[in-house]
Design a protein around this ligand. Structure first.
Ligand code: GH3
Ligand code: MG
Ligand code: MG
Ligand code: MG
Ligand code: MG
Length: 304
């Protein structure tokens, strides 16, 4: 699925409160504004938040065990949760208490006793803001021409996957794809057809990176990159050959006089278990060297 086509999940609102009566009351107030989940302790709330990634968390301040501030702190520190907005719900209505909530990184503050209209208005406004922020985030991570993830997003994911594979001592696979003789294609057929060709190739790549954890991105120009988690060199080589055949099989006409009469790509591969001295940049460099070999050996092939 391309970044553009990611389904928009319904708004999810998580209520964390140690008082079941408050949960019932709040749920009834906001249930028309999204899918409502609840937890009666900070720990349970955090666990649920990590699984469900709610847009909004209505967080009770005074709770047994971990209080609202402690829960909020963990939310702000967790990269997977940072994009969930927190609204504190509290009976402490002094200006100092309100400021403390906002200083802690909450987006808003709802005073108890709860007023349905006030709760709904605040929740509605923050859900709108959250959706605008999510759209911006998508834009920032997406390549405009192809809808694939862009290099910025890829670099971030690659760094994270590299660290994860090093931690677990698993082999990580990188696939660099470069369209062959694309300058000639553009020169003969024009940039518009060139753009259409890149879109078609992108679809094939996206299609070849559907399993969980796999990621296809446009690295720049007519170069693409695919990240494959936990893959052996032998499997990666098979994958590279398969991808080469798939791109050729698109059957996009190419003006080349020498080689294939349709668009092909060369592919450079690198798969290894990251060690201490290794880096994501070094893996990419290795894939680039392999790509160079594929070009030199006659293009339309993959090299490990
Ligand atoms: P090689 O087989 O060695 O890769 O040759 P090549 O012609 O593909 O490589 P080169 O780097 O010489 O040319 C890449 C071309 O890709 C040149 C550039 O105009 C074209 N290109 C890069 N980005 C885009 C794009 O977004 N749209 C179009 N239409 N063309 C693009
Ligand atoms: Mg409480
Ligand atoms: Mg190139
Ligand atoms: Mg090229
Ligand atoms: Mg080139």
């Amino acid at each position: 699925m391309t970044a553009a086509a990611l389904p928009k999940p319904p708004n999810t609102i998580l209520i964390i409160d140690d008082n079941p009566d408050t949960i019932r009351l709040l749920s009834a107030m906001v249930r028309e504004q999204g899918r409502v989940l609840f937890a009666t302790s900070g720990a349970a709330g955090l666990e649920l938040a990590r699984m469900q990634r709610p847009q909004l968390i209505l967080l009770d301040v005074e709770m047994q065990g971990m209080d609202g501030f402690a829960v909020n702190e963990q939310i702000r520190e967790d990269p997977d949760l940072r994009s969930s907005a927190v609204i504190f719900v509290t009976a402490q209505s002094s200006p100092e208490a309100e400021i403390a909530c906002l200083d802690a990184g909450a987006v808003d503050f709802i005073p108890k006793p709860l007023n349905a209209a006030v709760v709904q208005a605040r929740v509605r406004n923050h859900l709108r803001l959250q959706s605008a922020l999510a759209a911006l985030d998508d834009l920032a991570n997406q390549d405009g021409l192809t809808g694939l993830y862009n290099r910025r997003y890829f670099d971030r994911q690659f760094a994270a996957e590299f660290a994860r594979h090093r931690r677990h001592q698993l082999p990580l696979g990188v696939v660099l794809v470069d369209v062959d003789d694309f300058k000639l294609f553009n020169d003969r057929y024009g940039h518009q057809r060139g753009d259409a060709c890149l879109r078609e190739v992108s679809e094939a790549l996206q299609d070849g990176a559907r399993r969980p954890g796999e990621l296809a991105a446009r690295y720049g120009g007519e170069e693409f990159v695919v990240l494959l988690p936990n893959v052996t060199p032998a499997t990666l080589l098979q994958y590279g050959d398969w991808l080469c055949r798939r791109i050729a099989a698109l059957g996009i006409s190419h003006p080349s006089a020498s080689a294939a009469p349709h668009v092909t790509a060369s592919i450079g591969l690198c798969a290894r278990i990251p060690t201490e001295g290794d880096s994501a940049a070094a893996m990419l460099h290795a894939a680039d060297m392999a790509l160079y070999s594929a070009k030199r050996a006659g293009r339309n092939r993959s090299v490990l």
